[in-house]
Design a protein around this ligand. Sequence first.
Ligand SMILES: [Zn+2]
Length: 249
Amino acid sequence: MIRRLFRRPPAEIDRRSWQDVRERVPWVAALDDSRSERLRALAARFLHEKTITPLGGLELDQVARTMLAALSCLPLMEFGAEGLHGWSQLLVYPDAFRVDRSHVDAAGVMHEGEDELAGEAWEYGPLVLSWADILADLDNPRDGCCVAVHEMVHKLDALDGLLDGTPPLPRAWQREWARDFQQAYDAFAARVDRGLHTALDPYAAEAPEEFFAVCSEYHFSDPALLEREQPVVATHLRKLYGPSPFAAG
Ligand SMILES: [Zn+2]
């Protein structure tokens, strides 16, 4: 028997399943038809290329898996499927999980410290998410949080081999981006250092890559606040991601 080595093309997500996702995921529900179709194709590719592994007794049905794929692909609607390169596993814990610092450092994981995490992204390893935090995001989609977007942004950031708050972009744009983000990050981190109140989550002051990931969460979940607090960053993110599903909403 001849073993066929070519890959099957990704199966489409059927209309009924996609409708289920639209009903449960407010960001997808808010997309116009053409962007919803683009996301549906990306999510199909995600399901084809990635292995989704629920841990700790968690069970995920097909709708839940499709929801995870759709959420993870939100930042790729303009960037495209190249944003999925470089890794193959999505691990999903039932709840926030504990990481041990020494292990984290040696493995090169992006989040540091012994901490309860809602998600993490290893540079070439798995994307890790907490299902409870995904559900909390879905319940409060306009609160500035979207853990799936946050972790996917780290994957996007790391695509050029450097986790530094700058994704791979055309050279001229990348220069502008690096300059504008550095300026915005330095000013934001200085406010947090002085103990001043910030409208954006002060976690963004941890590192330039966290600033990029946290601002991206606001792009999707509270674009008006991002525009008010970080107008220059908001403009770059609109160019990278397209308009927020909640723009002018
Ligand atoms: Zn992070």
